[in-house]
Design a protein around this ligand. Sequence first.
Ligand code: ZN
Length: 461
Amino acid sequence: MLLSFHGAAQNVTGSCHLVECGGTRILIDCGLYQGGREMAEENRNNFGFDPASIDYLLLTHAHLDHCGRIPLLHRLGFRGTILTTAATRELARLVLLDSARIQEEEARYRNYKASKRRNQQPVEPLYDTLDALNCLDGFIDIAAFGQPHELGSGIRATFYEAGHILGSGCILLELSENGRQRRVLFSGDLGYDGRAILPDPAPPPRADVVVMESTYGDRLHKRLQPSVEELYRAINTTIDRNGNVLIPSFALERTQELLYYLREGIEQQRLPHHLPVYLDSPMAITATQIFRSHRECFDEETWEVITAGRDPFDLPGLHITRDTAESMALKHVHGAVIIAGSGMCTGGRIRHHLRHNLWREEASVVFVGYAAQGTLARRIINGEEVVRVLQDEVEVNAEIHTIGGFSAHADQKELLAWHARTGTPDLTVLVHGEPEAMHLLAGRLQGTSVETPSLHQSLAI
Ligand code: ZN
């Protein structure tokens, strides 16, 4: 039995792990590398295996860094079954079609630039919309969390709630080869207890080998409740002075969490009853609809909201602006909350709202997610006085808030607690983390040998 690591090896993107057992080849995730030109180029390198040789792909969740290379895998010959939850399948459809559109646009832009120079070879998109549509035919839903699926030749796969985003799962593989049995558990990305909308991560099953994410293996989170308080305070003070509150947000999970907390704030009379809130992201609007149709993924508190006859994501003053014209008209609003993508302000409609609001003293920008180095979000957070937004130099006079408590990942303490419940695995493999975070987490894991494989490394198990 062999485990190989073809992504998220000593970094946080491009998750892709290969399991070989008794002639069956199973991939766990097939994510896109993200973050800058260099990482994007890694997507064009060899997978490290033949895509046509893969029998199954088990998908932990619909984030792009876990599913974003599936259309490419299909383009290069993969025709196996993709097993995941129904919610992940639907979210992945949205994410992959959006990603294909971005790949096509990028290639068009680079070719346009290249056309001005001589001897430049045209660039092909990494994959296109047709590849995304084709790969979607391979998806099959699991029956339920906790229920084993036979993959043939003595291999069984079972998904467990991961509490990270809607539909996310950890995956246990029960392998058997020449009379030898091994239980291999993949954490996927792990959430933590007490988050809005999602149930707590399920207690993990006992395993011999654990492949675990380590994104925040070196730190502890801020608590969630003080972050919610901070959000309400930022909104109230900005609305009081008739300014707009801009919230750059990720379309999946973070936006729905925000709507959930805004609704709670209004119901508890901690926010104005008719607070105007504009949801100005077509992708987030569709994602919210997918959330609504997958109630089976909700936690008890969200179900209480539903059984009381309310919609967890609706507000009295919510405006959905799908059309570009409606979005453009928002430059005339005052005293409103505007939620738009992208989360790091590298694209999307948020840039237009920043151009119209950043220079206003009465406005504020609330960052609720991760902002990578070099992004517009990071430059604003770092306190730059003038930033370039859509070809314009804009002064930053608005009030800037960075609220750090809305993470979707378990922190060091939560990772250790989850790991402790897997029994005493003889091997723990750390993936999906920066070397520093992995190193610190590895030092805290006891009673197990720890590996931090490099890209394309294989381990016999
Ligand atoms: Zn994730």
